[in-house]
Design a binder for this molecule. Sequence first.
Ligand code: FMN
Length: 476
Amino acid sequence: MANKDLRTWIEEIEAAGELRRISGADREEEIGGIVDLMMRKMTNPAVLFDQVPGFEANYRVLANILCSSPRVSLALGLPADTAGIDLVQYWRQYMADTPLIPPKVVNGGPILENVSQGDDVDIEKFPTPKWHEDDGGYYIGTAAMVVMKDPDSDWINCGCYRIQSHDAKTASIMISGGKQGGMILKKYHDRGEPCPVAVVSGLHPAMFMIAGTEMPLGKSEYDYAGGILGEAIEVINGPATGLPIPANAEIAFEGFIHPDDTVLEGPLGEWTGYYAGGANQEPAIRISTLMHRNDPILVGAVPAVPPNDNTFFRGYTRSGMVWSQLEAAGISGINGVWTHEAGGGRMWLTISVKTMYPGHSKQAGLIASQCHAGAYANRWVIVVDDDIDPSNMNDVVWAMCTRCDPKDGVDVLNGCWSTRLDPMSYSDEDPRNSRVIVDACIPFRRKDSFPKMARSSPQLDEKIRAKWGDVLPPGA
Ligand SMILES: Cc1cc2nc3c(=O)[nH]c(=O)nc-3n(C[C@H](O)[C@H](O)[C@H](O)COP(=O)(O)O)c2cc1C
């Protein structure tokens, strides 16, 4: 039986009322403009565009894919109403006990319905949108998975890196420092060899999520994605590179990145909500083969002022990873971790902890700000007590307002790991930043004497709900 694919998920989200279809929007401003307005609302549908003027009517664009918890849950095979800390817990569980299912090579698949090579390759036949007015070009890959093979082993790495299209047969790739795809690329170039690469758009979103999440060095994201989907991912071998490409993906191209072959890339609106990285010379991909399904669907996950599709789902995965890394560092009593979407899943971290000894909350905050999953581009870490739901911003701010004594509850750390995309990093040459740890827990020495909370008890809440539920607002 064929794998679950993007089209399976589209059917599921449409049945859940999470899809809007729009015909006739243009790719210069309208698709990007519609998506931008949609993402600003916390309740928003994915959008499937067709009949884009100037292109084949049935060449489609799907955007705003994982910018709602029902769509993230459905991608992971969970009930659509799984949300908040439950989704974070799912990810923790998945990372702790990851089933790995290796991919399976098959002889054919829908991706081979249309294949062009050499001079016939034309990636400009798809209605790739200009996602923001000030972008430097058309980004065919904002939700694309890039496949590479380690030249020294059988390790296949998949990562999500932005891909700009430049002409019919040329694209570019932007890989930030420290990423595994960049390490593989460097190995080829240090030997003076071209690096084979495949770019895939239109995957089952669980596979896309895995490609965009830091997985251990030397492990293949294909195995993890198979584990999430519960079945081996069927792949074909790219005709020019031999790289594995999902047999039921929508669009894929393969080619080579030659040493010292760069093009001017960018700018593209970024996940922090700014253009901070600008335009730079980046590696060119010279394309040898283009493959796509009939009626292909190009997928976009657009970075923009948060909440945005580039980072929304990563809030859940990052929260789960920070939680696990805090526990691995020996911090007990963690009740929850939450990365607020306004911080692009990185810049704001709330840790809820049951404090058990003096200094416990400060220890949790400092480690959260520096553990591998939490350190990059963080700005604020807020530590709250275990009676505060870290995903409820009102309660978090209330704790900051009423339980924090700034003179010893606020610490500023300098010289931390960040990126030139962080608009407040020191400089392009020195992209570190400073950050704040806020201890908003009741001081340990005052735990028994702190003023009582002016809120009805959970027992009274239950009694009132049982008797007066019909007059209360939904969810009260
Ligand atoms: C939608 C999306 C876009 C991304 N864009 C980039 C990018 O342009 N460059 C980059 O280095 N990382 C980008 N990332 C982050 C990487 O995909 C992520 O760090 C991943 O783990 C990299 O894979 P690797 O560790 O195998 O290199 C993006 C992630 C997502 C989800």
